[in-house]
Design a protein around this ligand. Sequence first.
Ligand code: NAD
Ligand code: UFG
Length: 335
Amino acid sequence: MRVLVTGGAGYIGSHTLVELLTEGHEAFVIDNLSNGHEKALSRVKQLANKDLGFVKGDIRDRDALDQAFSEFNPEAIIHFAGLKAVGESVEQPLIYYETNVAGSVELLKAMDAHDCKKIVFSSSATVYGTPQYLPLDEEHPVSPVNPYGQTKLMVENILKDWAHDGRSATALRYFNPVGAHVSGRIGEDPHDIPNNLMPYIAQVAIGKREVLQIFGDDYETRDGTGERDYIHVTDLAKAHIAALGVMNEAAGFAVYNVGTGQGTTVKELLAAYGKTIGRELPFETVQRRSGDVASSVASPQKANETLNWSATLSVHDATSSSWNWQSQNPDGYGQ
Ligand code: NAD
Ligand code: UFG
């Protein structure tokens, strides 16, 4: 299949491209490089030993979209492009609504204009808000608690309205993506100080940051620290291909959790990383981060059954691949 990948130069996009190309699909990327890396794309090409088209452009820019659609004539879209920092979305909500919501609408308009009828969208477990029960299944009420989560839910609702008359849309609600490609050639390289736990730990391990701050140890969890469902980025990448595989003209709109079903606490993840690198990593406990929940764990049953997809990689695979990437590329892609 010819697949146009928005945000393909980013963390999850680059890993998905490797799997897509390796499976024999053709791919083309549109990315404005605001948080992505052109070098990631050249490494994707080397890893898959395949060619890959690229337009540097913004999904809010209809001319850039038209250029990508005209050059490549995609049969499907995987839509990663967007902004993802929860704290920043509280400070600057309009740029989140403009990029994530208006940008997605522009993309759907371009799809209609170029008769492209399939889209897989990066949604997030954050749409559930504070869990009322665990594990979270797709029937759990949605109630995002920040503008970033609102944008994800809004786009899901737009896709639901759009997906008729032969159009199909699948929203994948990612839990916590971690790890890197097994080769260590591509990985997560945020342009700013990492917001998320695993890339922060990786930078402590390589000596770029002194100490991990643990945001609260008084939650109702096994050891008092926050519990999350960490999904290896390679497993997550494969879920997109599984989703494309079941989409057809009658599919309409569908939503799936993408997680492992297993929870890991902050202290457990830190200990696992320490074991991988053979030394304990420094931490200090500070107060809770506002907006954090105690636990978030997926029920991946629907994806397991309907997409015939399940996570196969462990937390150990995630820490060792993350360290492989971080130690081979101490400065990330070096931009
Ligand atoms: P990322 O920042 O590494 O990748 C996003 C890519 O989109 C970047 O390469 C960036 O340059 C590009 N981009 C941003 N705005 C753009 C625009 N207006 N036009 C064109 N390109 C643009 O992030 P990621 O972790 O790979 O996340 C990918 C998607 O998955 C995002 O939509 C994110 O919200 C979603 N998601 C991520 C997580 C996570 O924890 N990483 C969890 C749930 C959902
Ligand atoms: N944490 C720390 N110290 C840090 C960073 C995080 O203790 O420096 C803790 C958090 O308090 C939380 C856990 O580590 O308990 C995980 O935090 P992350 O920031 O890595 O992930 P979140 O679960 O907060 O959020 C992530 C993405 C969101 C997405 C959500 C659900 O950042 O975009 O998963 O998919 F919406």
